[in-house]
Design a protein around this ligand. Structure first.
Ligand code: AMP
Ligand code: MG
Length: 343
């Protein structure tokens, strides 16, 4: 079985306020790769901070291996996709059933923009092989016929679900890449809810951020919003207190460029091609990890005009950076965003 976990770069354990009379706080930090992405953890706890970090690493490893991977044959999603075209369908776990229901709900509310049945089209573009940002002169986009054939097996309306029984038509492949990082944040939250020793923490799962509790010095969590035009810089910062999930979808996260044309990893199910709504990046702020991740992908495809009502429907805040550098955000986002170019 392919090992996704790269050995930790090291867990740093610091003791703060040890001899100053206040409550003792430990900090543990870690960087791993899991779920095909980089995971960063920084945990403050009254005790056992290091154990929390390694428990969470294990939770994320299992999430990939047992549930969400399309490639590992140990994962439930692998079994689901293998059952495509089988009349008997497949019975899924209660957890997977609820997750699929949530995905289908966002599919309906987003007019089909978030479509987890898009796996065949994602495979056709070979998105998984794109190693982050890159230029690849040899890359050939799929032909129109290939796209139409792959699109014929896509669509939330073609996925039949009766309680826990799932029926995928021949050729349909489910891809949970648009929501996986958010689900990871929700699993971390579930762990933290049961571990009162953790007083504050910040996590990054492939750029989806979870803030939790408080820093020992009482200051806010600060989460940078990447400038799509210069990914080494931020267009601003979100100032957050307590529990928040922040997910970003951008055309700079995974792409290939051929002859000056950029093909990125977020597909518009209406065309089967990389979405072209004039948006370069969308950041969603929500209390819920799944929603932050699902909505960032959907809003990227829909653009600001259609995306803002969608985010508001789910009680989330959204910030859109246009390809022209313009910034548009929900009214509620202004409370958290600090940046110079905000409109
Ligand atoms: P994210 O980075 O969260 O926006 O998710 C992008 C990933 O979701 C891609 O790498 C694909 O695996 C998958 N994906 C692409 N387009 C869609 C779509 N329209 N609906 C659902 N998943 C998608
Ligand atoms: Mg997403």
């Amino acid at each position: 079985m392919k090992k996704y976990f790269v050995t930790a770069l090291g867990v740093l354990l610091l003791l703060c306020c040890g001899g100053c009379g206040g409550p003792k706080t430990e900090q543990a930090k870690n960087i791993d790769t899991a779920m095909g992405t980089v995971i960063q953890q920084s945990v403050y706890a009254t005790e056992n901070a290091e154990a929390a970090v390694s428990d969470i690493s294990e939770i994320l490893r299992r999430l990939e291996e047992d549930e969400l991977s399309r490639r590992l044959d140990t994962a439930e999603l692998y079994a689901i996709n293998s059952a495509a075209g089988e009349d008997a369908g497949i019975e899924v776990s209660e957890e997977m059933s609820q997750l699929l229901d949530r995905c289908l709900d966002v599919w309906r509310e987003s007019d089909g923009a978030l479509d987890i049945t898009i796996g065949g089209v994602v495979g056709l573009w070979d998105i998984d092989s794109w190693a982050g940002e890159g230029k690849d002169a040899a890359f050939m986009p799929p032909t129109d016929e290939e796209l139409q054939a792959a699109l014929a097996a896509c669509g939330g309306d073609k996925l039949r679900k009766q309680e826990r029984m799932l029926f995928l038509p021949e050729g349909m492949q489910i891809d949970l890449g648009a929501v996986g990082k958010g689900i990871a944040l929700d699993r971390i939250l579930a762990y933290l809810g049961k571990h009162e020793n953790v007083t504050g923490a910040i996590f990054s799962v492939g750029g989806s951020i979870l803030t939790y509790g408080q820093k020992p010095d009482g200051s806010c969590w600060r989460v940078g919003v990447t400038d799509p035009a210069d990914t080494a810089a931020n267009i601003g910062t979100l100032k957050l207190e307590g529990q928040w999930c922040v997910s970003t979808s951008g055309d700079y996260e995974r792409y290939v460029e051929v002859d000056g044309v950029r093909y990125h990893h977020i597909i518009d199910p209406a065309t089967g091609c990389p979405a072209d709504s004039g948006v370069a990046g969308v950041t969603i702020l929500s209390r819920d990890g799944f929603l932050s991740d699902a909505l960032s992908t959907a809003c990227f495809i829909l653009g600001a005009e259609r995306g803002i009502p969608l985010a508001e429907h789910y009680g989330a805040e959204a910030l859109f950076v246009g390809k022209d550098g313009s910034i548009i955000m929900t009214d509620g986002m202004r409370e958290y965003f600090e940046g110079s170019r905000a409109r």
